[in-house]
Design a protein around this ligand. Structure first.
Ligand code: ZN
Length: 189
């Protein structure tokens, strides 16, 4: 049997491979092109994924934190202006999908506690209740709300950078990185 160099490759392209997928690794982060679909491999444990959860990644440059020390009124609009966001579908196995969704719920509860604490604190200051009551409510709302949000964030991956085309996701399981790198090379000629 003669060898035909122009014959199509023997291994067909896997059906779940998205031909628009483009990924690369930079400083242990998986850079995923916006709009890509990762192969069905759990990003937390590398096992076969059962589902995909859409996650909105956001990234705020660290220097914005210093502005908050100067003035909240100035820092807040700057933060909204420079924060970059992008949504990606994360393939997950069932247990990690449950944990991811639990983390998301916990984050909303944290935000609710924060807003409620600050709102009640402001109301109590406006109605001239003892000042300590208002300040305690604001402090407790901020502390508990931020604590819940930080604990919740451990359930999902975060982005270390979001630029015009890519989301740089930290902590993707090495097995899922390998699957994504492999899938992104499975392109038609
Ligand atoms: Zn998993």
């Amino acid at each position: 049997m003669s060898f035909d160099p122009y014959a199509p490759p023997a291994a067909p392209i896997a059906r779940d491979v998205d031909l628009r997928l483009t990924v690369f690794v930079e400083d242990y982060k998986l850079a995923i092109k916006k709009g890509s679909t990762l192969p069905a491999c759990c990003v937390r444990c590398g096992e076969p994924a059962d589902t995909r959860v859409s996650h909105r990644f956001s990234f705020t440059p660290r220097w914005v934190g210093w502005l908050f020390l100067l003035s909240w009124c100035f820092a807040l609009p700057v933060m909204f202006a420079v924060t970059k966001r992008a949504s990606l579908d994360m393939p997950l196995c069932s247990p990690h999908a449950v944990a991811w969704k639990r983390g998301r719920t916990q984050r909303w509860i944290g935000l609710g506690v924060l807003v409620l604490g600050v709102a009640l604190g402001i109301v109590s200051l406006v109605v001239e209740a003892p000042e300590e009551v208002g300040l305690t409510l604001i402090g407790a709302g901020l502390f508990v709300g931020i604590l819940l949000a930080v604990l919740a964030s451990k359930q999902f991956l975060r982005a270390d950078k979001v630029d015009e085309h890519y989301v740089y996701v930290v902590g993707v399981h090495p097995g899922a990185i390998a699957a994504a790198l492999h899938a992104s090379t499975q392109r038609p000629l």
